[in-house]
Design a protein around this ligand. Sequence first.
Ligand code: DLL
Length: 437
Amino acid sequence: MDVSDQIGGRFVRMSRDEIADFQGEALKHSVAQAAKSPWYAAKLKELGLDPRDIKSADNIIKLPFTTKEDLRLSYPAGMLAVEPEKIIRMHTSSGTTGKPTAIFHTREDVDCWAELMARCLYIAGARSHDVFQNMSGYGLFTGGLGLHYGAERLGMWVIPAGAGNTARQILLIRDFHVTVIHATPSYAMHIAERMVQDGEDPKRLGIKIAALGAEPYTEEMRVKLQELYGFKVFNSYGLSEMNGPGVAFECGEQRGMHIWEDAFLVEIVNPDTFEHARPGEVGELVLTTLRRDGMPIIRYRTRDLTRILDGVCPCGIAHARLDRMVGRTDDMLIIRGVNVFPSQIEEVLMRHTWLGGNYVIQLTMREALDQMTVKVEIAKSTFDGSIETIRTQRAELQKELREQVGFTVNVEIVEPGSLPASEGKARRVIDERGGHV
Ligand code: DLL
C-alpha cells in the first residue's frame, strides 16, 4: 500500500522481520523510559529487574503486568516518566467506577498518536479530499481529540461536531457533503433510525466510510448499518491507556483490525493462568506501549477478549490483525451458571431485519432464579402492522435465543424510539439482581 511517511508509511510497510527487529529496540527503550517513573522504578526494584535485562521483544515475559488497579493506585502521576513541563496533554479513562485513571502525553507522543490515527483512516480508504465528521465526545474522552488530530494529519476537512444533537449532525452531513464519519455503532444506528422514522433515507446522505468503535458490536450489526446507510463500516479499536483510538483498525478488506505493532507490543493471555494463548486462541489482550515517553505502560491487561487472526492480509500490511472483540472479561454475564456475552444476544437480534438496532438486556431475579429479558425495538420500515406477525416472529426469535444461550430468554418487542438512545457508548445491560456479580 502506498502510504506517505507523513502518516508513518515506513512503519506501515514493515515486514514481519522488520517489525520484530524494531520491537526489540523499542521495548528496551520503553522499559528504560518507564523505569524513570516512580511506579515502575519501585516495581522493577521489587522484582529485582534491571531495564538492561531486557534484550529482545521475547523478554517481555520477564516483565510484570499492569492492571487498571495499578493505574488507580498510581493516580494521579505515579507513572509519569518525564519532567511535568514536557507534558502537553492528558486524558482520563471513561471508567464508570472509582477514580479515573490519567494518561499523559508529551508533544512527540501526541504527534505519534496523530500519525497512528491517520494511518488507520487511510487504510480504510479515507483521503485528504474527504470531509470528515467526528461525532464523538470531545474532552477527557479520547474519541474526540484522538480522531480529530488523526483526520487533520491526513488532511481531511474536519467537522468537530461532538456527540449528540442528532438533527444538527444530519444537517452538517448534508450541507457539507460529509464522506467519512466517526461515531459509536450505537449512535450511528440511532441516527439512521431517527431518519427512517422521519421518512428519510440515510443512504441519501452519501457517506462512504464509517469508522465505528469504542464499544463492542457484532458482524451482524455491521451488516445492518451498511445496509441502512450504503457505506462501508470499519471497526476501530482503542483504549485510553494506549492513547485512545488508533490502536487497531480495519483495512479495506474488513477482515480484522491491523494493530500497529511498531507502537504496541501485543500479547494474548489466558485470563486465569496468564500464560500466552496458543496461536489463534481467544484470550485477554495485553498491550505494551513502544512509542510513548510521557507515560509508558508495560503489559497492560486490557480485559478485552480477542484473538490474533492467522494468515497474511491481502492488503499487504504485515501488522497483525485482531479479531472483533468478543467482549470484556468483566462484561461476561453469569446467568443460571451459564456464561453469556451480550454480543451473543446481539448476534441473534441483528439477524432479524424486522427488528431495529436498539436493545437492552435486563437481568432480574425471580424465586432465586436469574431471569433475562431482552427488550428490542421493532424496525419501523419493516413492520406490517399485524399483531399476529409480531407474535410469530417473536416466538421464532425466542427459540433462536434459547438455542444460542441454552436457557429461556423473555423477549419484549417495543416501539421504535422507546428505549434510551445512545449518543456514545451504549449501556446494553441492566442488572437488577442486586448483590449478584
Ligand atoms: O473507547 C477509545 C476509542 C475511542 C476507541 C473512539 C475507538 C474509537 P476507553 O473509553 O478507554 O477508550 O474505552 C476502551 O472500549 O477496552 C474496549 O472494552 C472498548 N472498545 C473500544 N473500541 C472497541 C471496539 C475508547 N472496536 C474500551 N470493539 C476498550 C469492542 C471496544 N470494544
